[in-house]
Design a binder for this molecule. Structure first.
Ligand code: PLP
Ligand code: ZN
Length: 364
């Protein structure tokens, strides 16, 4: 089974056979996956996102908590029929991160790991803790100080060891990486490990299966960019298989107070310079130095999209508007919706935005 995994590749030209100790390239850069065969054959008999097993790089070990297959609903019953919301907070741990956690925990098992380490602003940590518990793996999760109490409680509740790291989100990442280097644990990083993106691809596959086509526009929150990259990879695979004619335009959304990718986009840059972040309610996307920021920029430009920012007031207004329609998201979960009204979409345009995290874990 382990041999069934594709190689890691890097933009510098190196490639590696996956093993539990490898989490980045010798050049220091993040790894991608070599191309894998893609077959469009949703299996209604499989649970969770193994429904799309034939389209994924990670082979199924049957590990699932019933993630994915989230509802795609109209933003309002009497509003624009083209504006659709994907209710990602209906996933088992309350966010889309379950999609990547299930493939990453499966890879950890395939590579023979017994312990996993992960750093997260909260939701990836809760997802990794849950899937590690389900997979019989010991988990250590590093979160920055200020992470919502409910997320910390959820991580600990799944039996993971939680370390709250003082300082910035980047300090948390450094602490986790040091732990990995010291203990040899598998680094179940949604930032570095490309098998996480493999699971997130199913966000796109589900939209395609529901609509029978690609929407015109995907509006996606961007911190480290796992949803941007995963959704892009899913639609790119569908395009390469001749099932859709193009990848939707990708609009990446950042919080005005922490917007390094938006700043690079506006400057026409290919690299992303770290910013000094202000405090934002959108804790899930408060990433001052996103490792895969250049990839997010590339995706936005390749698809004819853009990067936009939303203010704290806009996030609060979107949160309230969603709540008034029965949708209870965490502040980060309102970010994509907050950006939609400013996009100036054309009549008939089909736009999909995720409600990516649950309001039961964090609120304004
Ligand atoms: C609810 C929610 N939405 C969006 C994101 C952004 O994901 P990424 O940092 O991979 O861009 C996160 C990340 O933690 C999140 O928790
Ligand atoms: Zn490299």
């Amino acid at each position: 089974m382990r041999d069934a995994l594709p190689h890691y590749t890097c933009a510098c030209g190196r490639s590696y056979v996956p093993d539990a100790a490898r989490w980045r390239c010798d050049c220091g850069g993040p790894l991608d996956l070599a191309a894998v065969p893609f077959t469009w054959r949703p299996r209604s008999t499989e649970e969770g996102l193994w429904r799309y097993a034939d389209a994924l790089a990670v082979p199924s070990l049957g590990l699932t908590l019933g993630e994915g297959l989230t509802p795609l609903i109209r933003a309002s019953p009497d509003g624009d029929p083209g504006l659709l919301l994907k209710v990602e907070y209906a996933s088992p741990t309350g966010s889309f991160k379950d999609r990547g956690a299930v493939t990453l925990a499966t890879v950890a098992r395939l590579l023979g790991a017994e312990r996993v380490v992960c750093d997260s602003s909260g939701n990836a940590g809760t997802a990794m803790a849950a899937y590690a518990a389900r997979a019989g793996l010991r988990a250590e999760i590093f979160v920055p100080e200020g992470t919502s109490a409910k997320k910390v409680q959820q991580i600990a509740g799944h039996g993971a060891e939680v370390t709250v790291v003082p300082g910035s989100r980047e300090d948390t990442a450094t602490a986790a990486a040091e732990r990995v280097e010291r203990t040899g644990a598998f680094y179940a990083s949604h930032v570095y490990n490309p098998f996480f993106h493999d699971g997130v691809k199913t966000y796109a596959l589900e939209i395609f299966e529901r609509l029978g086509t690609a929407p015109d526009t995907l509006v996606l929150p961007a911190g480290n960019g796992t949803l941007v990259i995963g959704a892009y990879l899913g639609f790119a695979a569908l395009r390469d298989a001749g099932l859709v004619d193009r990848v939707p335009r990708v609009v990446a959304v950042q919080a005005e107070r922490c917007a390094p990718v938006a700043a690079a986009y506006t400057a026409g840059a290919r690299e992303v310079t770290a910013v000094r972040p202000g405090r934002t309610a959108a804790e899930g996307i408060a990433i001052a130095a996103p490792v895969r920021g250049p990839r997010v920029l590339e995706i936005v430009r390749d698809t004819g999209g853009t990067v936009v920012t939303v203010s704290e007031d806009e996030i609060a207004a979107a949160h309230a508007a969603l709540a008034s329609r029965g949708l209870w998201v965490e502040p980060t979960g309102a970010v994509a919706y907050a950006a939609v009204s400013g996009l100036g979409t054309a009549p008939g345009e089909v736009v999909v935005a995720p409600l990516c995290g649950s309001g039961l874990k964090a609120s304004l």
